[in-house]
Design a protein around this ligand. Structure first.
Ligand code: NDP
Length: 435
């Protein structure tokens, strides 16, 4: 806290990892001597820059952009770009720190980074978004590269924004390289990248349930968010026989006791992405659904919960409500959606609880596969990628079990993910000496 005043999200993320790593490091003198934890929690660099653009009315607007390159011990920096008014240096540092462990957990050679801007895409025209993306890339291009740092999408940055940024990168550098992932299929993107994070979070959930000889058939699921991760998580739960009853956005949540079927999910995707509408409009489209303004969905009784919106959206009291209502498993599609109090509640209740750095790693894993396809100038088939994603999620689950297994067969997935991710990066850092 003293080293990072006014950066609460970053301090929270480091504290959560440190709680597990201290125990693990106790008898490992070299990690202490080499100050590995301290070095991992100090980003390699934080680049901050001005992004200047012109709105449709001819006004000059000024935003702040960042790229946080946290650690490249095991591969080029890799992590998404977020456009949201809540973006600060603290938020991006926490995300880049978490990304370092997540990327290591996938088993693929990727370091950790994150970037973004406090630009608010809501209410902006497509041309305004294009001008902003071009201006953002006009500075970012000098800090990234296919073997240096490979950004992707995140909140507020989907396929369209990646297209605008890739176009500008290519124009400035005159190079066609795999410098961004989440690209369109026409210009080097990978099949199933849009689906990968949400699908992966559900595959991980299924792995956890399998340890109790259980599955998703007949389970009631509460999902938050209504963006890329939430809608694809809802889709996969439905495909595997579960019933999703909620979705949300920053305005509140909708509860549909009849279940949010594939047809309804398709409507949400089109409404939120193409029409850029609000989730509350769902209730005008589908009967029996209710809208709860300004609220999160954690009070709705469920068997499984998937927070898929944003950080700190599930607090200690929400965790206690979920446990009291009999929820048996939580799989985090979002990054750090549960606050520290909530994490402690889930651990104490011995819930099947998967932190984002394990459960939502499917997205970056398929991004890693997109990088491989770009390097080889090839494209894998959908079935091959689906199988690779499933295998990668099973591998992450296995790595978490290796370090998280407790007495009585219970697995502390937070501990398992933290230690497995840390060990891989730390051992590479040891090999490099003091750099
Ligand atoms: P989207 O922009 O597609 O969707 C974000 C969703 O979360 C929207 O429903 C949005 O509502 C809601 N939301 C955003 N900020 C807030 C807030 N402050 N309070 C309440 N709701 C909010 O983003 P993604 O689906 O891509 O990302 C969701 C989460 O998943 C993030 O934590 C992201 O870091 C994480 N993630 C994403 C990956 C990916 O591949 N896309 C990979 C790994 C993790 P509204 O429309 O009102 O803004």
């Amino acid at each position: 806290k003293r080293r990072n005043p006014y950066q609460p999200e970053f301090v929270q993320a480091v504290q959560e990892v440190a709680e597990d790593i201290f125990d693990f490091m106790e008898d490992k003198e070299e990690y202490h001597a080499q100050q590995i934890l301290r070095r991992i929690s100090e980003p390699d660099r934080v680049v901050s820059f001005r992004v200047c653009w012109e709105d449709d009315a001819g006004n000059i607007r000024v935003q702040r952009g960042w790229r946080v390159q946290n650690n490249n011990a095991i591969g080029p920096y890799k992590g998404g770009i977020r456009f949201h008014p809540s973006v600060t240096e603290s938020v991006l540092k926490f995300l880049a720190f978490e990304q370092t462990f997540k990327n290591a957990l996938t088993g693929l050679p990727m370091g950790g980074g994150k970037g973004g801007s406090n630009f608010n895409p809501k209410g902006k025209s497509v041309r305004e978004i294009m001008r902003f993306c071009q201006s953002f890339m006009t500075e970012l291009y000098r800090h990234i590269g296919a073997d240096v740092d490979v950004p992707a999408g995140d909140i507020g940055v989907g396929g369209r924004e990646i297209g605008f940024m890739f176009g500008q990168y290519k124009r400035i550098t005159n190079q066609f390289t795999g410098v961004l992932t989440g690209k369109g299929l026409e210009y080097g993107g990978s099949l199933i990248r849009p689906e990968a994070t949400g699908y992966g979070a559900v595959y991980f959930l299924a792995e956890m349930l399998a340890t109790r000889d259980d599955g998703l058939v007949g389970k009631t699921a509460v999902v938050s968010g209504s963006g890329n991760v939430a809608t694809h998580a809802a889709e996969k739960i439905t495909q595997l026989g579960g019933k999703v009853v909620t979705l949300s956005d920053s305005g509140g949540f909708i509860h549909d006791p009849d279940g949010i079927t594939q047809e309804k999910i398709d409507w949400v995707k089109a409404h939120k992405t193409h029409r850029r509408g609000r989730i509350q409009d769902y209730c005008e489209e589908f009967e029996n659904a209710s809208f709860h303004p300004g609220k999160t969905p954690w009070g709705v009784p469920c068997d499984v919960a998937l927070p898929c919106a944003t950080q700190n959206e599930l607090l200690g009291e929400d965790a206690r409500t979920l446990v009291a209502n009999g929820c048996m498993a939580v799989s985090e599609g979002a990054n750090m959606p549960t606050d520290l109090d909530g994490v402690h509640v889930f651990k104490a209740a011995r819930l099947l609880y998967a932190p984002g750095k394990a459960a939502n790693a499917g997205g970056v894993a398929v991004s890693g596969l997109e990088m491989s396809q770009n390097s080889e100038r090839r494209a894998w088939k959908e079935e091959e990628l689906q199988q690779m994603l499933k295998d990668i999620m099973a591998g992450i689950h296995e790595r978490c079990m290796t370090y998280g297994r407790q007495d009585g067969g219970y697995c502390d997935y937070v501990k398992g993910a933290n230690i497995a991710g840390f060990k891989k990066v730390a051992d590479a850092m040891l090999a490099f000496g003091v750099v």
